[in-house]
Design a protein around this ligand. Structure first.
Ligand code: PLP
Length: 379
């Protein structure tokens, strides 16, 4: 059975061309980039080429990029920069890697403020202004949310933070590949990215930074990555990230059109189905993400049932699924508690087709019409 993969916010398939670029560094070129000999120099050259590919995509100098093990580490490293300022503010709908790091810093004595969002997930600018006017300086607000897809006006947030002399970090992990932006356009001083959301490999990410605002390493033990991230570089993964970034530069426009067409079709079909509602319908969103509520059925039961029909979707974020906790994002937008378990996230990718969407709609409508079956599937 040909499966339909609509969980692209969890991860994306590796592109063939990315695999082709990575392969020599898995099979043949094994050198350590810190070594002086030819094998080492080859690895170093490959890393620096990949850094330039990513730098071109974001229109920054290659020296403004630190490779990390992924979005989670980039977020941890970014928030580490709040330490000397003794305080930080994070939005209520940040990824767990921001929220948990903020919690850790708070336990260590930093003052930590959570900035609320409205019912569509948009940041409460008044709360931000109030934090800044009380001397707050470090702010972390994500560009696009992984669960509901809402976009923040990070450029406007940056203007407020900069006027107050502060530092802005943005988690752009879910925005990359779904909308055009450069580092400067966002106005952020620190930006987290992850390769596996853009058809690159897992376990590799980056922190893009304004040179004045990166001072504290997270992982120490070597001079790698300008002393900000110790550890022998994962050359093949870095090469894959660079290749995925270059591919994105060539295909972003077409991918966005494709995702937009698919989600528009999906929304038109889904809202006609009995009891189905789009979460945060008015919000400004990335073009690939739809979260819907499905009364009377748990998201998990629906995910398992669709899985049996060859369809991969999600009942929330992949990280949240490990913990079986109610979503902090849905709480923050004020969705009633009883609805938290009854949501489905559909996140399409540039590789998906209209035929797949039509097939999904047909199968999903059938599943909805036969809700009685779900009593057996819930766990
Ligand atoms: C918004 C956001 N930030 C950070 C991450 C973590 O990225 P990684 O999986 O590369 O650690 C994710 C992953 O789902 C995410 O969606």
């Amino acid at each position: 059975m040909q499966r339909i993969y609509f969980d692209n916010n969890a991860t994306t398939p590796l592109d063939e061309s990315v695999i082709a670029e990575m392969r020599p560094f898995l099979e043949q070129h094994f050198g350590n980039a810190s070594s002086l000999h030819e094998e080492g120099r080859r690895a170093k050259f490959a890393i620096e080429s990949a850094r330039r590919q990513l730098a071109d995509l974001l229109d920054v100098d290659a020296s403004q990029i630190i490779f990390t093990s992924g979005g989670t580490e980039s977020n941890n490293l970014a928030l580490e920069q709040a330490r000397p300022l003794s305080q930080l503010a994070v939005s209520a709908i940040e990824h767990e890697s921001v929220l948990q790091k903020a919690k850790q810093l708070s336990a260590e004595g930093l003052q930590c403020v959570t900035l609320p969002v409205d019912e569509e997930g948009t940041l409460h600018m008044g709360a931000l202004q109030s934090y800044l006017s009380q001397g707050g300086q470090f702010v972390s607000v994500m560009l696009a949310n992984n669960e509901i897809g809402v976009l923040q006006d990070v450029a406007a947030i940056s203007r407020m933070v900069v006027a107050a002399g502060g530092v802005l970090h943005t988690d752009a992990v879910q925005a990359l590949g779904k909308m055009p932006f450069t580092f400067t356009q966002t106005g952020a001083h620190l930006m987290s990215l992850s390769a596996h959301k853009i058809n690159g490999p897992k376990g590799i990410g980056a922190l893009v930074f304004d040179k004045a605002q990166l001072n504290q390493p997270l992982i120490v033990g070597g001079g790698h990555e300008r002393g900000f991230r110790a550890g022998t570089e994962n050359v093949a993964a870095i090469v894959g990230f660079g290749a995925a970034a270059e591919l994105l530069q060539e295909t972003l426009e077409q991918r966005m059109q494709q995702m937009k067409q698919l989600t528009e079709y999906l929304i038109t079909e889904l809202v006609q189905m009995e009891g189905v509602d789009v979460i945060a319908p008015q919000a400004h969103k990335i073009p690939n993400t739809i979260m819907i509520s499905i009364p009377g059925v748990t998201g998990e039961a629906m995910v398992l049932s669709l899985d049996q029909q060859g369809i991969a979707v999600s009942s929330g974020s992949a990280c949240g699924a490990n913990r079986q906790q109610p979503s902090h994002v849905l709480s923050a937008i004020g969705l009633p508690k009883e609805q938290h378990q009854q949501v489905l996230r559909i996140s399409v990718g540039g590789q998906n087709t209209l035929d797949e969407v039509k097939q999904f709609c047909r199968i999903f409508a059938g599943q909805l019409g036969n809700r009685a079956q779900f009593a057996d599937l819930a766990w």
